[in-house]
Design a protein around this ligand. Structure first.
Ligand code: ADQ
Length: 449
């Protein structure tokens, strides 16, 4: 079997808890043998030449260094101050600087340069996410002819947003060098085709097969999953009881997100305010636990969101708290995965309300963690990729506080029968389309090219 080479922005090293992507890649790499290349951690003053190999896994792992300047322009700059806001419908938050664009091109070309000496002719190369759009073009320019696939973990923007990029045709030129473009949802495949039609030299050849800038490219939706079996076990054996004392008999509603403006955290706080205003009977019956570790704090747009959310939480607690009851608990730290799993299991409501999201794995983790005989209710934004396959959640528009507050009230009052019926349907999907299914489906499609 040909070797799999995965390239991602980050190479997970050490004992940090594994997220879905790490588990998926480890799974795929272990079964076919392979190499995972990525950036390992902190930028340095003097980047070393070449790749650094890290023994100790059942496949090869190799990292590259980034200088502080490259980290700033390629990672914080182009990737997270241009592409991330653009792909999440926030073109207004983009910060377009010429050095970001140059840095992004330079780093991708350097990664290709470092990688080429280690590639074999029969490799299959799988590039992950928006940090590395140009990588296939850079590899092809250096003579690489192997199949190269890309998977985008975040939404693909529609044509109006694409047009707000610094140089839209360049994005499509980069994409045209891949054999297979993988997206989270059908919505993204449609956005890709529509944007390419408007902004590039593009034709549809067949279902899922296109001509882009004179080259043939396939595209499809491959909804990412979690390691469902492992998460179910984690939740079953999670430490609990003591930790739940704060509930003092109330039901818990939980939100777990990186503190990112795309996740809709202020919107859900406002809806919770409305819920308490309109439903005095729910006072002291519900506690909202929001866990949101800060992220990308060096990027300006992330500096305001913490203040806004803390202010809203303070206002709600100031207005409604009693001696025995604090309506919102807001924690700004990451949590060990087993603690998270236990909290999900205890929560009557799982709140996943992004304004835009590629998939959202928290929605799947919440479902996997439930006790099947007395499960909680998932409230899910229609703008999460997960909404395409999780129709049995309460699907809401996160911009509408009245609709969201009504869903919270409905979830609080939902009968055990309806909760069990909805949960059983959701769990079936989360089990069937787990992370192993996802990587196998993608790699099969890449192979058939
Ligand atoms: P993210 O934007 O990071 O991922 P998500 O899919 O929800 O979003 O994954 C977050 C992961 O981090 C989950 O596994 C969650 O449990 C964990 N996490 C969040 N807060 C935590 C905390 N406080 N402590 C510990 N763990 C925490 C991007 C895209 C998504 C897409 C994924 C995978 O934005 O749309 O689903 O990649 O493709």
């Amino acid at each position: 079997m040909s070797r799999l080479v995965v390239v991602s922005n980050r190479l997970p090293l050490g004992d940090s808890p594994s997220g879905g992507l790490v588990v998926a890649m480890e799974d795929a790499l272990r079964s076919s043998g392979g190499l995972w290349v990525g950036f390992a951690g902190e930028p340095v003053d003097e980047p070393r030449d070449g790749l650094q190999f890290h023994p100790g896994a059942r496949f090869e792992r190799a990292s590259f260094d980034l200088s502080r300047q490259d980290y700033e322009s390629y990672y914080l700059g182009y990737s997270n101050s241009i592409l991330w806001p653009l792909c999440h419908g926030r073109a207004d938050l983009m910060r377009i600087l010429p050095e970001y664009i140059e840095g992004y091109r330079r780093v991708n070309a350097r990664i290709a340069e470092l990688l080429v000496p280690y590639l074999r002719p029969d490799d299959r190369i799988w590039v992950q996410d928006y940090h590395l759009f140009p990588l296939a073009a850079d590899l092809r320019a250096r003579g690489v002819e192997s199949p190269i696939g890309h998977f985008l973990h975040i939404p693909f923007p529609g044509s109006a947003d694409c047009a707000a990029m610094p140089n839209p045709p360049e994005l499509f030129e980069w994409l045209s060098h891949y054999d297979l473009l993988g997206f989270q949802a059908q919505r993204d495949v449609s956005n890709f085709a529509e944007s390419a039609r408007q902004l590039a030299d593009f034709d549809q050849i067949d279902d899922g097969c296109y001509r882009l800038s004179g080259r043939q490219v396939r595209a499809g939706a491959f909804p990412i999953g979690i390691d469902t079996a492992a998460f179910i076990e984690l939740a079953r054996h999670a430490p609990d009881e003591d930790r739940m004392r704060f509930l003092t008999g109330a039901q818990m509603m939980i939100g777990v997100d990186r503190l990112d403006y795309s996740k809709g955290i202020p919107q859900r706080f406002r809806a919770f305010h409305l819920l308490l205003e309109e439903n005095p009977d729910l006072h002291e019956k519900i506690v909202f636990l929001q866990i949101a570790p800060p992220t990308r704090e060096a990027v300006e747009a992330y500096q305001d969101i913490r203040e806004e959310t803390e202010h809203l939480a303070g206002r709600i607690n100031g207005e409604f708290a009693t001696v025995n009851w604090t309506p919102i608990r807001f924690i700004h730290r990451p949590m060990p995965r087993n603690v998270l799993a236990g909290l999900f299991r205890q929560a009557r409501i799982g709140l996943v309300t992004p304004l835009a999201d590629g998939m959202n794995l928290v929605a799947k983790e919440y479902v996997a963690a439930q006790d099947v005989s007395d499960p909680g209710v998932l409230i899910l934004s229609r703008f999460a990729g997960a909404a395409e396959t999780m129709a049995d959640a309460l699907i809401i528009n996160p911009h509408d506080p009245a609709e969201l507050a009504a869903a919270m009230a409905r979830a609080m009052r939902m009968t055990a029968n309806e909760r069990r019926r909805r949960h059983a349907a959701l769990l079936r999907g989360v089990i069937e389309q787990d992370v192993g299914w996802w990587s196998a489906a993608y790699l099969d499609a890449l192979r058939q090219g």
